[in-house]
Design a protein around this ligand. Structure first.
Ligand code: HEM
Length: 126
């Protein structure tokens, strides 16, 4: 399966469901919760959802609103060590379980999130 084939299968609704399941866990998380904007969780949810829709073959809403993703640069203000990386992946794995997508979609997204989270580590010693 190719990345651009994911959107036609799960649609905006699937990504909305996934990202909602992820963000439901964030405010209460001791490590990640404090990093996110307490007054703008809906905005953060929308940015991640639109990015994923664009990245996996859907309409480029993210690009229209935010421009080039530059995710490493955009994550620079947040101290992402191995611990934060693993926690993020753990919460997203739970969200993927909850979303119950077809197995091939689930597998592709799991691999993508793991690799991208590793790429975003910017405080390797932490
Ligand atoms: C490795 C652990 C990670 C941490 C601790 C982390 C943390 C954060 C935080 C605190 C924000 C700001 C929330 C906002 O206002 O939008 C953010 C934004 C964002 N993150 Fe992450 N993130 C991680 C991994 C990822 C991964 C793996 C992806 C890609 C799938 C991702 C995609 C995004 C996107 C698209 C935004 C919005 C960027 C923007 O347009 O400003 N993040 N992240």
């Amino acid at each position: 399966m190719e990345e651009h084939e994911v959107y036609p299968i799960i649609g905006s609704e699937g990504f909305a469901r996934l990202v909602a399941a992820f963000y439901r866990q964030v405010p209460g998380d001791d490590l990640l919760g404090p990093m996110y904007p307490a007054d703008d969780f809906p905005g953060a949810e929308q940015r991640l959802r639109d990015f994923l829709i664009y990245r996996f073959g859907g309409p480029p809403l993210y690009i229209e609103q935010r421009g080039h993703p530059r995710l490493r640069m955009r994550h620079a203000p947040f101290p992402i060590g191995q611990g934060a990386r693993d926690r993020w992946v753990q919460l997203m794995d739970r969200a993927l379980d909850e979303a119950a997508f077809p197995a091939d979609v689930q597998q592709l997204l799991r691999a993508f999130f793991g690799a991208m989270a590793t790429f975003l580590v910017n405080r390797p010693g932490h």
